[in-house]
Ligand binder design. Sequence first.
Ligand SMILES: [Mg+2]
Length: 264
Amino acid sequence: MRKILVVFIGFGIILNSCKIAEIKKEKTEQDHLIMSVIWYQKSAEMRALYYQGFNLAKLRLGEKVTKMNIETKKAVIVDIDETMLDNSPSEGKCIETGEGFNNENWSQWTSKSIAKALPGAVEFSRFAESMGVDVFYISNRGVLESEVTLRNLQSEKFAFADSDHLLLKENDSSKKGRREMVAKNYEIILLIGDNLGDFTEILDDRSKNYGFDLVDQFEKEFGDKFIILPNPMYGAWEKPIYNFNKNLTESEKYRLRKASIISY
Ligand SMILES: [Mg+2]
């Protein structure tokens, strides 16, 4: 009887330590992403915001096209990631493994070409096509990702998912040059993105007051020529939080994030 009891207690201890080990493994250095990824994947509010953004984009596109000369070639510029395609499973993988974003885990994700279209995005591209407006995809995915990106856009049934309408990053992460290339042959009537640099290079600058003052200068453009979509998971907005330092450790980043919070 005593032997049985000892074995039973021993088994209980092993079970308990396994459980703790499991919990330890669950806690990773990317846990700060949990709430933003959950919001992106599981809040109906996120879906509603994308519908709102693309509904407004359709409205503005319609208004602008009717005011323009029928002969003018017109274009809309859209970003891809977190604008047309949902890469939140890649962020989910970072939480799971504890590994932060890097080129390797990013291309592991994009090479699968399985990102889902964001709510309203495909319909918007088809609407633009029906109005005689070309859609150009300007993304900071690297040029080596052209094929997998096109495959993904095509499988999700986006309009203009061809190499003539895809401008990926070669060397310059600013999208200015690629926008100018489109502007040579088209009048750009609308820009859609989740990052301020998707609209104008002026808004790339976050060196002063998080970029708030610059956004204020462009106040009237938002909801008119610029349609911005929500991305709480990552973006250029992080740069000033980390003092533009790319070489911080996870614990340094954690401290800076916490220090930037406004409380009372
Ligand atoms: Mg984006």
